[in-house]
Design a protein around this ligand. Structure first.
Ligand code: SF4
Length: 698
């Protein structure tokens, strides 16, 4: 009893990893030889205490033995420990040297979707005010940018889910497209389970029979890259069967005749041939979706990470609009954002074309407002810069130095070997990170920064719910926050003020910068978040309750109507041919997060998933002569990766799957195609053409 009373209270906070942002408690270490521990926090409504293995083991990465504890500088080719003054001096001088020699746009900034709102905001301001560069983007471009673009195009506003997750459990039918919640955010499966317990129906669209697909009433397994055609075929049947909600279309939308004509050009038999999904299954999906009084389509990276990702998401939105399953209670389209702050990270100015509050950088009114908050003249703010892959591709050319904060593109970017070469070709590279990631290992200066449980700051989960992470433990003595890094660099470039290190002070400024914008945080305070367990944006005043459900009365377009956008099917940038006859698709496993920079360091997670693999169908395995566990070489036009075979009937015979969490010879992103979506600039991570062979012992 005495021992229990002596234990310090757990501090309420949130998981460092995915966009569900599960509530948890962190109990500090009690003395030498003890470590902080993660405890359940059942009162937080989203996950109600449930955590996946990543969340349960999150305290492991706080161990100083697993992470950076000192700044590092490159001396005689080696990274060696240094003091903070030397490291920051070198970093500031290196960036200034490139700017003086080649101009402000020769200095780039690459941020991350895991950064808190305060850091994302400060990083965008740092780039545009202290560095005066237009060259900033972030790894969230690789995550949900196609859904964001489609959301903006159709609804005039992008919030991942326009309703809280609890609505998923109460709707009548969910079509889940290209999402494997069982691996990416297991506690969210509860909502799908409750949906079915309540009599709702679940349709999963995925080329693989995933653990999520196993729970569906109906699983459609289209050929990779054909889900746009599938959505068009469904819309065709909706029209042909007289299931269009004419009243909703007339009262709440615009552009239906053009979208209708595009869908009617996609005959069901043609769609069956393109997708490989049997027509009776497509008809059954239409019946389930239209018979439900309320229904949703939820997408994730499957349809989004394509060179036609914006149109693919747009096709699913059109299906929602035509059937009246949007802008009504328990209905609509939503995107299941991936990274921890994937939602907030895109709202506060680290995107190449955006300012805080989700304002457009090209909008004169937005520039004037934000410049006023920043105390600078609007004309000094640079214009839009390159998107993430285009920025990485320009390294060593027009962009000659780079500051990376919270990202590991050597593992997570498409055509990763090329990206690593570009990083190595830089005149100067600075990386701020928690661990010595594969990208940090290439840097001239590495700055060790605090992480989730060591700092306070806000994140916005996939529902648009703004949450407060609280500092629960002290960081190692020679570790500083990202805000302190930006403060130190700004001061060295003559910006004494404007870059505070206190997160709440930054958040107060963010509130003012976002006021009146699409993502209005002006009514949200740390106090309110703590008292209300999160506040949904937009929240334009302290007496405003926040907005749990969007679009119920009107959409956020100028005329209040949702916009149909006519879309048509087109092939992927790279289709299989005689030389590269198989599709490769990539994704995640439950034990690891993104590039694995943190989770690969956790013993329990490593034991559960020690390395990459190539999932392939028994027929394909037999054809190339490999058995389960034997090495397989996968080759695309960009390179070659080797990993053990995992033979499974859960994948199509024309497709192989690789998770992308690892560097080295099994790096899936060595193979992936950087062909970009013309609207969102999203690379085509989800499919490319490959050759598959037995690798033997080479
Ligand atoms: Fe929850 Fe995601 Fe963290 Fe797992 S990784 S505990 S699902 S927030």
């Amino acid at each position: 009893q005495a021992a229990v009373q002596d234990r310090p209270a757990a501090v309420d906070t949130h998981c460092p990893y995915c966009a569900l942002q599960c509530g948890m408690g962190v109990r500090p270490a009690t003395g030498p030889g003890t470590v902080p521990e993660v405890v359940e926090r059942p009162a937080f409504p989203v996950n109600q205490g449930a955590l996946c293995g990543k969340g349960r083991t999150a305290a492991a990465v706080l161990d100083p033995r697993l992470r950076l504890t000192r700044p590092l500088v490159r001396r005689d080719g080696e990274l060696v420990p240094a003091g903070w003054d030397e490291a920051l001096d070198r970093a500031a001088e290196g960036l200034a040297r490139v700017r003086d020699a080649h101009g402000a746009d020769a200095v780039g900034v690459f941020g991350g979707g895991g950064l808190t709102n305060e850091k994302a905001y400060a990083l965008g301001k740092f780039a545009r005010v202290a560095l005066a560069t237009s060259q900033i983007d972030y790894n969230g471009r690789f995550c949900m940018s196609s859904a964001a673009a489609a959301h903006q195009r159709a609804f005039g506003l992008d919030r991942g889910l326009p309703f809280p997750l609890e609505d998923v459990a109460r709707t009548g039918c969910v079509i889940l497209v290209g999402s494997n919640l069982a691996e990416t955010m297991p506690p969210a499966l509860r909502y799908l389970r409750e949906l079915r317990e309540n009599g709702g129906r679940l349709i999963v669209v995925d080329p693989r029979r995933t653990r999520t697909a196993e729970q569906a009433d109906l699983h459609l397994a289209p050929r990779p890259g054909t889900d746009l055609a599938l959505a068009l075929g469904m819309l065709h049947l909706v029209v042909a069967d007289g299931r269009v909600d004419d009243g909703f279309v007339a009262d709440r939308t615009s552009g239906w005749p053009e979208a209708r004509a595009a869908a009617m050009a996609h005959w069901p038999e043609l769609v069956e041939r393109i997708t490989g999904v049997p027509l009776p299954s497509i008809r059954e999906a239409v019946r389930l979706f239209c018979d439900a009084d309320s229904a949703m389509v939820l997408t994730a990276r499957g349809p989004e990470q394509q060179s036609k990702g914006t149109d693919t998401v747009g096709a699913w939105i059109n299906l929602c609009l035509a059937t009246g399953h949007a802008g009504r209670p328990l209905s609509g389209y939503g995107c299941l954002t991936g990274q921890g702050n994937g939602q907030g990270g895109r709202e506060h100015g680290q995107k190449a074309d955006q300012l805080p509050g989700y304002r457009r950088l090209a909008d004169p009114g937005a520039r004037a407002h934000v410049a006023g908050v920043w105390g600078v003249a609007p004309e000094t703010l640079p214009g839009p810069g390159r998107s993430a892959y285009e920025l990485l591709d320009a390294l060593g050319g027009e962009v000659r130095s780079l500051l990376v904060m919270g990202s590991n593109p050597v593992v997570s970017a498409p055509r990763a070997a090329h990206v690593a070469e570009r990083l190595a070709a830089l005149d100067f590279l600075v990386v701020a990170d928690v661990v010595l990631s594969e990208t940090a290992a290439l840097a001239d200066v590495v700055l060790p920064v605090t992480q989730w449980a060591e700092e306070t700051g806000t994140v916005t989960n996939l529902e648009g719910r703004v949450l407060l992470r609280r500092r629960a433990v002290d960081p190692p003595p020679e570790v500083r926050s990202d805000l302190a890094v930006l403060h130190g660099l700004a001061r060295r470039s003559g910006h004494e003020k404007g870059f505070p290190t206190d997160p709440e002070e930054v958040f107060e400024e963010l509130r003012r910068a976002s006021a009146g914008g699409p993502a209005d945080y002006s009514g949200i305070s740390y106090r309110r978040i703590a008292e209300e367990d999160g506040v949904f944006w937009p929240c334009p005043g302290e007496d405003h309750p926040g907005t749990r459900r969007l679009f119920l009365d009107r959409f956020a377009t100028e005329d209040g109507r949702a916009r149909f956008v006519p879309v048509t099917h087109r092939p992927a940038a790279e289709e299989p041919d005689a030389e590269y006859p198989v599709y490769l698709t990539t994704g995640r496993v439950v034990a690891h997060y993104q590039s694995g920079a943190q989770t690969r360091r956790v013993a329990e997670l490593n034991a559960a998933a020690p390395g990459p693999f190539v999932e392939l169908h028994p027929r394909l395995a037999e054809r190339i002569g490999v058995a389960d566990g034997e090495r397989v070489a996968v080759t695309s036009r960009r390179g070659r990766a080797v990993a053990p075979a995992r033979v499974s009937r859960d994948i199509r015979p024309d497709t192989v799957f690789m998770p992308f969490h690892w560097p080295g010879e099994g790096r899936a992103n060595t193979l992936t195609n950087p062909a970009l979506d013309p609207t969102s600039r999203m690379p085509e991570f989800k499919l490319c053409a490959v050759r598959v062979e037995a690798a033997g012992r080479d």
